[in-house]
Each structure stands twice: as structure tokens, then as C-alpha cells.
Ligand binder design. Structure first.
Ligand code: NAD
Ligand code: ZN
Ligand code: ZN
Length: 343
């Protein structure tokens, strides 16, 4: 089968022929319907994230079960599933609560999951080490559902924890309206009535946010003007919850300057920015969070939200063979919503 492989950082992804996997005892193989193209792959490909290659990329996957290993019960061939991405040990206290994204044994596992150390979904078939990592798609189309397992799950995990703060007179800021950000806007619209400001450097992305329900949009190309525009909208209270889906120095600096007292700043993007602290800056009472992905049960909740038609990934589909070109389009900021590769 054809697979999109990570070889080493600084080296472009390669499309090669590899042997299709077969399930060992307790494992499952799925036929991949769609593999989402996440910006994290660019960090892995372009910078050293400490992941030893080679492995098949694609950590945002959905498809149909094609083979069950010995001892796997409760599933059957043809079942449509999303693959939960951050694979933990499955045994520690945190994994047992379904938060494998914060597995206590992550450092000794040697992999962060399929597509991030182990073979992922940018191939015709993918091996899943345990059926606990599968979630039923509840009738959703597996191609459109692929981005739910990361582009939606990651913002959902952050937003869910902030729900008590997202009251009707609060203001929430979403920075970066790409794969994750366009899902965050929809999740916020579905679950809260807080005033929503969307920020990006690209006016097309801002128009997209507006279409999805953002009350206000701010182009952050000129950080000084953006700061003034956001402060005009919030008044002295400031932003109550800021979600930074870029994580670069300019976006973190902007968020630190616009959050109010008793607020929360989520740094989700991995662009390498630093949160500096001096007294009252970020302001007193501000909680800085560094969320990572989401839990298995939260993926079930995200799928329920999509099955009830409250959220929907805007996907651009491409054949698997175009992976290298699609990564370049993502690097150039030319993907609307989420790109999904079709093996
Ligand atoms: P994306 O490329 O689809 O979207 C990024 C968006 O940010 C684009 O709309 C782009 O125009 C905008 N942008 C870029 N620079 C900007 C700036 N200076 N100011 C404002 N907007 C700017 O990326 P994505 O797949 O949504 O991923 C976003 C980030 O989140 C990446 O860094 C990715 O690695 C990270 N990520 C983190 C987690 C986690 O669990 N912490 C999970 C998934 C992805
Ligand atoms: Zn990702
Ligand atoms: Zn664990």
C-alpha cells in the first residue's frame, strides 16, 4: 500500500510502498477513509520534535474496521470509527479516566500515537493497538469526521474546561482560524453565548470565522491596531478566555495584553512563543493553560456534537499522492478549514 512517511526532520514527507498491516492479538486494523492534515505535522517535518522516524504520518483519522485481532470483541468489520490519537499506556490512573493525552508513562512509551511516532493514517490501512482507541462515528461520514479527532477534540477539551467562565457577558478570543480555530468558533457558538472575537492575519480566514458565527473579527497583521481594536470591544474587563491556536511570540504577546483580571489564556499552538511573567502581567488572576489534545470520552462528546449537527469540519479533500503539495499549501496558509487526504 502507499503511505506518506516521515523520515527525519528537515526532510520532506515521502510517499512509498509499504506492507499493509495485519492485526496482532487484541489489535484492530482499519481501512482509512480520511486522514486530516494538521499543522503539527509541519512542526514535526520542519523542526526536530524528538520523534524518531521513519513512520507513517496522519494522526487525525477515521475509517472502517477491516480486520479484528484475536480476542477483540464488541466491534465488527465495516464499523465506521474515529481513531483516538494520543495513545497512552492505557493502565495508569490518568489513562483509566480516559485522558490518555496526559498519560503518566508517556515518556517511556517511545511514541505519542499513530502518525506521531507509530504508523498513522496517511495510508490505505492503519493498525490500532487496542479497540479502546476507537470511537463509533454515530452515522457520520468518515471523511468529514476525520478532523473531529484532533481539529475539534483539541479546542473542545480547552473550551469545556472554561465553560463556567464563558458567561453571556464574557468575551472569548480565538486566535488563528485554521483547522483548529474554525472548529473552536463552532464549538463556542454551540456551547456558549459569550461574545466571540476571531483574530487572524488573513482576511479570508476572518470572513470564514464571521460566517461560522464570530461576532467580531480582528486582523492581527498590525499588532498595535489589533490590540486597540480588541480593547475597544472588551472595555476595561478585557478578554475572559483567550484561545491561541498559533502560539507564536506576537500572538502570545497580544493575548497577554488583552486578557483581563481573573481570566484564562490557553496556549494551544506550538509555534514556539514564550509567555513571560512580571507582576500583574499577565494580569492578576489569569490562569495560563497548556492543553494537549483531549480525552477519549471527550472525543465521544465531540462526535455527538457533530452528529447533532452543531459542528461540522469544512474539509478540502485531496488524493493521498498529493500529500507533499498539501503540506506546502498548509505552510503557505492556503487551506480553508481542514485538508483531508483520501487514501
Ligand atoms: P492551521 O495552519 O490550519 O491554522 C493556523 C491559522 O493561524 C491560519 O489561519 C493562519 O492564517 C493563522 N495564523 C498564522 N500566524 C498568525 C499570526 N501571527 N496571528 C494570527 N493568526 C495567525 O493550523 P492548525 O492545524 O489549526 O494548528 C494550529 C496550531 O495548533 C499548530 O501550531 C499546531 O501544531 C497546534 N496544535 C496543538 C495541539 C495541542 O494539543 N496543543 C493539537 C493540535 C494542533
Ligand atoms: Zn494535530
Ligand atoms: Zn497512561
Amino acid at each position: 500500500m502507499k503511505a506518506v512517511r516521515f523520515v527525519e526532520s528537515g526532510h520532506p514527507a515521502e510517499i512509498v510502498d509499504i506492507k499493509a498491516p495485519t492485526p496482532g492479538p487484541g489489535e484492530v486494523v482499519i481501512k482509512v477513509a480520511g486522514a486530516g492534515v494538521c499543522h503539527s505535522d509541519l512542526h514535526v517535518l520542519d523542526h526536530d520534535m524528538g520523534l524518531p522516524g521513519p513512520f507513517t504520518l496522519g494522526h487525525e483519522n477515521a475509517g472502517w474496521i477491516s480486520a479484528l485481532g484475536d480476542g477483540v470483541t464488541g466491534w465488527k468489520e465495516g464499523d465506521a470509527v474515529a481513531v483516538y490519537g494520543p495513545w497512552g499506556c492505557g493502565r495508569c490512573h490518568t489513562c483509566q479516566t480516559s485522558m490518555e493525552n496526559y498519560c503518566e508513562n508517556h515518556a517511556s512509551l517511545g511514541t505519542m500515537g499513530g502518525g506521531l511516532g507509530s504508523d498513522g493514517g496517511m495510508a490505505e490501512y492503519m493498525r490500532i493497538p487496542s479497540p479502546r482507541l476507537l470511537v463509533s462515528l454515530q452515522g457520520l461520514d468518515p471523511i468529514a469526521a476525520a478532523p473531529l479527532s484532533d481539529a475539534a477534540l483539541t479546542p473542545y477539551h480547552a473550551i469545556k474546561a472554561a465553560l463556567p467562565m464563558l458567561t453571556p457577558e464574557a468575551t472569548v478570543l480565538v486566535v488563528g482560524i485554521g483547522g483548529l480555530g474554525h472548529m473552536a468558533v463552532q464549538i463556542l457558538r454551540a456551547m456558549t453565548s459569550a461574545q466571540l472575537i476571531a483574530a487572524d492575519i488573513d482576511d479570508d480566514k476572518l470572513a470564514h470565522a464571521k460566517k461560522l458565527g464570530a461576532a467580531h473579527t480582528v486582523n492581527t497583521g498590525d499588532p498595535k491596531k489589533a490590540l486597540e481594536a480588541i480593547r475597544d470591544l472588551t472595555g476595561p474587563r478585557g478578554i475572559t478566555v483567550a484561545l491561541d491556536f498559533v502560539g507564536a511570540q506576537p500572538t502570545i504577546d497580544l493575548c497577554v495584553q488583552v486578557v483581563g483580571r481573573n481570566s484564562r489564556l490557553y496556549v494551544v499552538g506550538l509555534a514556539g512563543g514564550v509567555v513571560n511573567y512580571e507582576a500583574n502581567n499577565p494580569p492578576y488572576g489569569c490562569q495560563v493553560m497548556v492543553p494537549y489534545w483531549g480525552s477519549r470520552t471527550e472525543l465521544m462528546e465531540v462526535i455527538a456534537l457533530a452528529a447533532a449537527d452543531h459542528i461540522r469540519a469544512d474539509v478540502e479533500t485531496f488524493p493521498l499522492e498529493q500529500a507533499v503539495e498539501v503540506y506546502q499549501r498548509l505552510r503557505d496558509g492556503k487551506i480553508h478549514g481542514r485538508a483531508v487526504l483520501l487514501p
